[in-house]
Design a protein around this ligand. Structure first.
Ligand SMILES: Nc1nc2c(ncn2[C@@H]2O[C@H](COP(=O)(O)OP(=O)(O)OP(=O)(O)O)[C@@H](O)[C@H]2O)c(=O)[nH]1
Ligand SMILES: [Mg+2]
Length: 327
């Protein structure tokens, strides 16, 4: 019954509760929900693709929630509808960041033109990202104009967010020099736009210095988008300054992507990459269910763990065993 209400018609009509239920359905691990989830996604597909997909990342405490609130509210003031999705595999464990975000993004959360959805709980990073990617498509079917995919600035989640968004924005703290060295080069290279946050009060001077250090560091890196130069902007999420310029750059970046057909190419490439992800996961799930493999797996895991057998050899053995058993 609840499943029917999660259907695409209610979602497309702009019913936020139906959208929330639809995403819950996609996140469900129950076998009996699978068919409905697949139908929902298929129904959503023809209506997806219309939003700006923006990835936002930054280290804990840099001001992501505050920034997204200011940025989201300014988009809504322009007449847009905004969805915020997060990729944070730790959120389900501690529950901390969800609670924090609800209070920090209170005005955005309360706005009828915004939809905020925390990370799916109880999954590993890859699973979190795959569900977020599907939630994004359904949000597009629900006619959101701007979809923000937020990630915590640790490890691989940035790469996964970049793999589902058009433009990737990196928030950095007002600290240059050594602090900047700590930021992984790979993450800097992913960024299409860099924003130094907390450009206010006593921190403003440091923010300007940080921006110039970052520009310097960027000089040797190649932007991901042809003919684009990654801008380094200053903003204060707290005082709501510099947000308009960030938006201008996002619009300019999107325009550039659209003009050369790069947006389509990027999305096509991303969709293919997700196909491989899903295929890997689907095959792995089947393999783990296979009784013949199950027995051998224990032994192989132990032998690989004990350093008796190379992982590559064991993997090939498993694959061969699975194919014989499936034939
Ligand atoms: N001075 C100043 N403080 C800010 C600014 N933006 C955020 N802060 C403060 O920095 C702290 C962290 O802000 P959040 O928005 O919660 O940061 P976050 O990146 O979402 O943090 P996590 O969710 O914990 O990863 C809060 O105390 C904010 O008030 C800003 O532009 N200027
Ligand atoms: Mg936050």
């Amino acid at each position: 019954m609840a499943r029917a209400e999660a259907g695409i018609d209610a979602v497309r009509a702009g019913d936020r509760r139906a959208l929330a239920r639809a995403i819950t359905l996609l996140e469900s691990t129950r076998d009996e929900d699978r068919a409905a989830a697949e139908k929902l996604l298929r129904d959503a597909m023809p209506h997806s693709g219309g939003a700006i997909r923006l990835g936002i990342s930054g280290a804990p405490g840099v001001g992501k929630s505050t920034f997204i609130e200011a940025f989201g509210n300014s988009a809504i003031a322009r007449g847009e509808r905004v969805a915020v999705l997060t990729i944070d595999p730790t959120s389900g464990v501690s529950g901390g960041s969800i609670l924090g975000d609800k209070t920090r993004m209170a005005s955005l959360a309360a706005n009828p033109n915004a939809f905020i959805r925390p990370s799916p709980a109880g999954r590993a990073l890859g699973g979190v990202a795959r569900r977020t990617q599907e939630a994004l498509l359904v949000c597009e079917a629900a006619n959101y104009d701007l979809i923000i995919v937020e990630t915590v600035g640790v490890g691989q989640s940035e790469t996964l967010a970049a793999a589902m968004t058009d433009i990737f924005l990196l928030l950095l703290p007002p600290a240059g020099g050594d602090a900047l060295q700590g930021i992984k080069r790979g993450i800097m290279e992913l960024a299409d736009i860099i924003v130094v946050n907390k450009n206010d009060g006593a921190l403003a001077k440091q923010a300007a210095l940080a921006a110039s250090d970052i520009r310097h560091a960027l000089g040797v890196m190649r932007p991901r988008i042809k003919n684009w130069r990654t801008p380094v902007l200053l903003a204060s999420a707290l005082e709501n300054t510099g947000i308009g310029e960030v938006r201008e750059q996002i619009d300019a970046c999107r325009k550039l992507l659209e003009s050369g057909g790069a947006l389509q190419a990027r999305r096509r490439e991303q969709a293919r990459e997700w196909l491989w992800n899903e295929t890997r996961e689907a095959l792995l799930a089947e393999l783990k269910k296979d009784p013949a493999v199950g027995e051998a797996l224990e032994v192989l895991l132990r032998r690989v763990g004990d350093g008796e057998l190379p992982a590559s050899v064991a993997a090939r053995e498993l694959a061969a065993m699975f194919m014989r058993s499936a034939a």
